[in-house]
Every structure is written in C-alpha cells, then in structure tokens.
Design a binder for this molecule. Sequence first.
Ligand code: HEM
Length: 215
Amino acid sequence: MVGLYRALDERFGFHEGLMKVLKKPVPKFINLTHCFGGITFLLFGVQVISGILLAIYYKATPDKAYESVQYIVNEVPMGWLIRQVHAWGANLMIIAVMLHTFRILWHRAYRPPREFNWVVGSFLLFATMAFGFSGYLLPWDQLSYWATTVGTEMASSVPVIGPHLLTFMRGGATVDAPTLTRFYALHVLVLPVTTMALLGLHFLMVRRLGVAKPL
Ligand code: HEM
C-alpha cells in the first residue's frame, strides 16, 4: 500500500499539497458542538452510499416502485438493513444539520466575514429538507402518497405563483407518475450534485476563514 502511494506520488506529486491541506492545527477552543457540521457531513456520506445501493434495485414507476421496495426489504440480501440505514440516516442528518445551525447561531458565526458561508449553509439546509421531502414519496405507499399530496398542496398557498408552483412540483394536477419521476430525478441527481458543489464551497470558506471563536 505504501509502495503504491509512493509510486503514484512520484508520478503525480500530490503528497506535499495533500499534507498542506490535512496538517492544519485545530484551535484550542474547539469543543463537542463543533462536531455537528462534521457529523452532518459523515451522515451525508452514509446517505450517498446507502442510496446508491438502494438505486440498484429501486424502480421509479408507479406500478413498480412499491413492489421494488418490498423486493429490496424481503429478497435482496441485507436489503432491509440498507433501507433502514438510509431511513434512519435521513432523520439523523436533519437533526445533525439543525444542531449545527444552532451552534452557528450560538457562537454568532454568521457574522462577517462568515456571512457568505451562512448563506451557502442556508442553501444546504434547504437541500437537506428537500432530500427528505423528495425521498419520502419514493416508496409510493399510502403514507408517502398522501404526505406528498398535502406537502405539495402547501406550495399552492404561495401568493401569485402558488398554483403554477403546485403544477410544476406535481407535473400535473395530482400526484401521479410525473411527480414520481420528478422527485426521483431531484433526489438522486439534482440535489446530490448541488449539495456536493455547495459543500465544496462551504468547506473552502471554513478553511480560508478559520472557525469562529466562541463568544
Ligand atoms: C449538509 C449540511 C451541512 C454540512 C455537512 C456542514 C458542514 C460544516 C462543517 C464540517 C463545518 C466546520 C466545523 C463546524 O463548524 O461544525 C461547518 C462550518 C460552518 N457552517 Fe456548515 N454544514 C452544513 C449546513 C450548514 C447550515 C444549514 C448553516 C447555517 C445556515 C451552516 C453554516 C456554517 C457556518 C457559518 C460555518 C462556519 C462556522 C465557524 O467558522 O465557526 N452550515 N459546516
């Protein structure tokens, strides 16, 4: 393993740059509350891996979605475990991102020069919620169908654009096949790509600005 690392470094010369990134001393005032951002990131990694495994068997059509989830749970080896990890991971990630946001508020880490990172973080918070909302429809059972019907209905109360927003989200007047396709595309493509880009920006700013000192 060490030999392979050396051989690759001789050819690509990444060791020095990598050490510069990794060897950053952590300030003395760091405490447990500073771990919430990292825990959120760890859970995001768990979601990506378990989500890829679920996507191998999941079928995003109204006639196959429910059946494919039952197949994952009952037939696929460890399928039940992967599904539970993904479902629990989703809830834990929402709790972790909220704790992280409270930590930022408590330490007033939203103040200059970190205000832009606060904005990026707000988008990340929105993306985390959107992950949960879009993923909830995918099992295509009674609970998920009616939760999405009620959830999307709320969008119609937005002034002026409400009815258009509702049709856009559902892909029609009611929750149906186009809604499932849209939510699936959002869940496995749009949100993961956007979240990864936002996280890159988020971490870059944390490294450049350092962690805010507690008050
Ligand atoms: C997927 C969601 C998110 C992940 C994975 C994430 C991850 C992280 C990590 C690892 C750090 C550095 C360690 C720490 O301070 O905890 C950090 C810092 C920060 N985060 Fe997040 N974050 C997320 C969402 C948010 C949200 C929702 C906000 C606020 C609206 C936010 C605002 C900030 C700010 C302002 C900092 C700098 C803190 C400082 O300098 O003390 N982040 N984030």
